[in-house]
Design a binder for this molecule. Structure first.
Ligand SMILES: [Zn+2]
Length: 246
């Protein structure tokens, strides 16, 4: 097969991380991140994640600074879908040892919002005919990671929050975060991520109707609950020595 990409290419574009900070009562930090780029309409991947991050920023902005135990930093990440030179330069910059030491020394939690709600569809369900995807009125169960085996407190907080707000999860956590941007942060920050890679993932059918608002609400409220519960506990509960790169 031969394929041609009929699209205007623009050389030497510049990229950037987009930052928002809500100062808290201390210089300890909580990071909420979401990648901003996507294919086609990119409703699930990752407009849904950006919406979740913005929702959290709006919610916590309403609280007085003194009531936010930790400073909250929101980062719109760049270049997630690129490969090769110039891919995710912002994400690479965050991993620079000097930047890492400066930004994440007192981080209690990092949440990656990446496809937090996607429509549950079925391919050729038994006794139904036709080579079409059958849609349901529900969002998909997600792969997840919440701190890994060395942070049982964070895992317990996350599992309880997802259950409380009706977020379906696979029964076992991933050993590492689901493929995505928490992969850049989880070795040196206490990370939480959920994700699912649904039938329309990365296609031109990733339109808003593939992102159930119910799932977006459920995931975002669960993230907020995790933030609130983590803020009841000291930094030492969650911080661990940096894990070696695999
Ligand atoms: Zn993607």
């Amino acid at each position: 097969m031969k394929a041609t990409l009929d699209v205007q290419m623009v050389p030497n574009l510049k990229t950037a991380l987009v930052w928002g900070t809500l100062p808290g009562a201390t210089d300890e930090t909580i990071y909420i991140v979401a990648h901003r780029d996507g294919w086609f309409e990119a409703s699930g991947d990752n407009a849904g994640g950006v919406a979740s991050m913005i929702g959290l920023a709006e919610y916590y902005a309403k609280a007085p600074q003194a009531q936010r135990r930790r400073t909250m930093v929101f980062i719109g990440l760049d270049g997630h879908h690129n490969t090769g030179p110039g891919a995710a330069v912002g994400g690479v910059w965050l991993n620079d040892p000097a930047n890492k030491a400066k930004l994440f020394a007192k981080t209690a939690l990092s949440i990656n919002c990446e496809h937090p709600s996607t429509i549950q569809t079925y391919a050729r369900p038994r006794y139904l005919t036709g080579d079409v995807l059958h849609w349901s009125n529900m969002y998909t169960a997600q792969q997840w990671y919440a701190g890994g085996p060395s942070r049982p407190e964070l895992t317990a907080i996350a599992v309880k929050a997802f259950k409380e707000f009706g977020v379906p999860l696979l029964t076992e956590p991933d050993q590492r975060p689901p493929a995505g941007d928490l992969g850049r942060l989880y070795r040196f920050t206490p990370g939480v991520a959920t994700s699912e890679f649904f039938h329309y993932f990365h296609t031109d059918r990733e339109s808003p109707d593939t992102v159930p608002w119910t799932g977006l609400q459920a995931s975002t409220r669960a993230y907020a609950k995790i933030v609130d519960e983590v803020n009841k506990l000291p930094l030492s509960t969650f911080q661990r020595p940096e894990e070696p790169a695999r």
